[in-house]
Write a protein that binds this ligand. Structure first.
Ligand code: GLU
Length: 545
């Protein structure tokens, strides 16, 4: 068969000689051992924790090695494309401080542009044309119906499904048959003519999983779809070669396609990059582990973390904890060192599923937020509230001085042991709500109605906002004693039956009346911040309720 004539018929016109691409996209001028990694999302509008997980690993490895991280948009599948998705991907990764050196919407050195696969269509076609010319790719006219019938037949016979060997019907079409189909205007795709043998195994070194044994590819995979746009497999080989990627870290769901990719690199005459297939994020579901699911787990979506107001730094700390086994210890030892200084290594990445646990993230978040200054916390809350807060919450920022006092109280004094009241921005805004408006919910007072009134009215009778904390507390003690409560904790403990309770029960009634909560930071300070009018008003209202 005259393959050159066929190539011309299938992809007519002048395409640049392949060497020109080698020249246009030369090897990168980087230090030895520098890794070039990339993120290659499809613009489907859904960016998830798994993407971030892989992104952090790619970013750390590229930058620690003095290499480059770039962003390529894999938009070959128009059906899945969502408007604004690229911006959403960039915004989501930017929130977690993933810094790209170059790429779609990023700019940077444009030697390897364009970064949108659709804009590279001619490059893939040039390579596909060459493969047809060499007899290593061929047109396939099978229809969707024929392919599903084939699949059904293979499933029925319990054979591997796909287009391969004796099932690859169009692989052996004669020249006449091909031209007749083309003349008849039948739509076609271009397939690889695989030379592999699925009964043969080979061992492959994965940078994360180590040695793995896989079988050769024998599938005649589609490389160009009927619209002339490449499949993921083909675009991956062409792009990662021409963009001079040295290391591909991607989700382990791609491991099954690895033999296809290696055959494609081989037939194209490219040296494959190193690969690291990253374990999936799992979660406990009852007693068993399962993969995080888009349908069942809102925490899979990255937008969840922004909406809830997780501090991106805390999420990053947690991701690093999952990615490198000794990170947690390092961070505990050097909490003030920038994360970039951690010796991140691909060799320390887990081989099998990482267990994602929201409680653990919450713990980390408490710790990381407690390390912020009140000013930093205010700035973080403001950004969150502008996007996700209620109008009432947005109004908390009208008086920053007041808000800072509230935050300083809830976070504790710098240097001393800090409080860990805050987990997320959303929760923190709810937590401090009682400083701004009358609360709707109230914890239990813990005493009967009559006692409650007596405590509240008794407090108001001697309340003086000018009293310092000590005087204030001695008055509370006096009140306690007058009402049959032990003024000193040790007296109560020594003989509980002799008292109605202790001074802490009296303080609890006041606390609940003023804040609605049984657990708060120091009550005297809360009253100071709230001011006399609000404090009196709330206690009075509670006494009358
Ligand atoms: N476009 C692929 C995806 O969205 C990229 C996989 C890869 O990193 O090669 O999952």
């Amino acid at each position: 068969m005259d393959f050159s004539a066929l190539a011309e018929r299938l992809l007519p016109g002048e395409y640049p000689a392949l060497e020109t691409f080698e020249k246009r996209y030369p090897p990168r001028d980087l230090p030895k051992n520098a890794e070039v990694t990339r993120l290659a999302p499809s613009p489907t509008g859904f960016i998830h924790l798994g993407n971030l997980f892989v992104a952090i690993a790619n970013e750390r490895i590229a930058h620690r090695s003095g290499g480059t991280l770039y962003l390529r948009i894999e938009d070959t599948d128009l059906k899945r494309k969502v408007e604004g998705a690229v911006e959403a991907v960039i915004a989501a990764l930017d929130y977690f401080d993933i810094r790209f050196d170059e790429g779609a919407q990023i700019g940077g050195d444009d030697t390897y542009a364009p970064w949108y696969q659709r804009q590279r269509a001619d490059i893939y076609r040039a390579y596909a044309k060459e493969l047809i010319r060499r007899g290593r790719a061929y047109p396939c006219f099978c229809t969707e119906e024929e392919l599903s019938a084939l699949r059904a037949e293979q499933t029925e016979k319990k054979e591997v499904t796909g287009y391969y060997g004796k099932y690859a019907r169009c692989r052996n079409l004669s020249e006449e048959e091909i031209y007749a189909a083309l003349d008849a205007g039948k739509p076609y795709v271009i397939r690889l003519r695989s030379m592999g043998d699925a009964s043969r195994h080979f061992t492959f070194h994965d940078e994360i999983k180590g040695e793995i044994t896989v079988t050769q590819n024998d599938q005649d995979v589609v490389i160009l779809k009927s619209d002339g746009i490449p499949t993921y497999h083909f675009a991956h080989a062409v792009d990662d070669h021409l963009m001079r990627t040295t290391l591909v870290i991607r989700g382990e769901e791609w491991l099954a396609s690895l033999p296809i990719h290696l055959e494609l690199f081989d037939v194209l005459g490219f040296r494959p990059p190193k690969y690291g297939h990253n374990c999936s994020l799992m979660k406990m579901d009852g007693a068993s582990r399962r993969k995080l699911s888009k349908r069942k787990d809102p925490e899979l979506s990255l937008s969840f973390y922004r909406q809830e107001g997780y501090h991106p730094f805390a999420v990053k700390v947690y991701m690093l904890t999952l990615l490198n086994s000794d990170f947690e210890e390092w961070h505990a030892k050097f909490p003030d060192k920038p994360l970039e200084e951690f010796p991140f290594r691909i060799s320390k990445m887990g081989k099998s599923g990482a267990l994602f646990d929201l409680d653990k993230l919450n713990d980390i978040s408490r710790t990381e937020l407690s390390r912020l200054s009140a000013e930093e916390m205010l700035a973080f809350l403001r950004t969150w509230a502008q996007a996700f807060g209620t109008p009432e919450q947005q109004a908390y920022f009208a008086d920053e001085e007041y808000l800072l006092k509230v935050l300083a109280l809830c976070m504790g004094t710098a240097g001393k042991k800090r409080r860990k009241d805050f987990v997320t921005a959303r929760q923190a805004m709810e937590e401090i709500g009682y400083f701004f408006s009358a609360y709707a919910q109230r914890d239990a007072y813990g005493v009967d109605e009559g006692t409650r009134r007596a405590i509240l009215e008794g407090f108001l009778a001697t309340y003086d906002p000018k009293n310092d904390a000590q005087v204030w507390f001695s008055k509370v003690k006096e009140l306690a004693a007058n009402l049959g409560f032990a003024a000193e904790m040790r007296d109560y403990k020594a003989d509980p039956a002799a008292y109605k309770g202790s001074v802490s029960d009296v303080a609890q009634v006041l606390r609940v009346a003023v804040t609605g909560r049984a657990n708060t930071p120091d009550l005297w300070t809360i009253m100071q911040i709230l001011g006399e009018e609000r404090t009196r008003g709330r206690i009075l209202a509670a006494a009358r309720a």
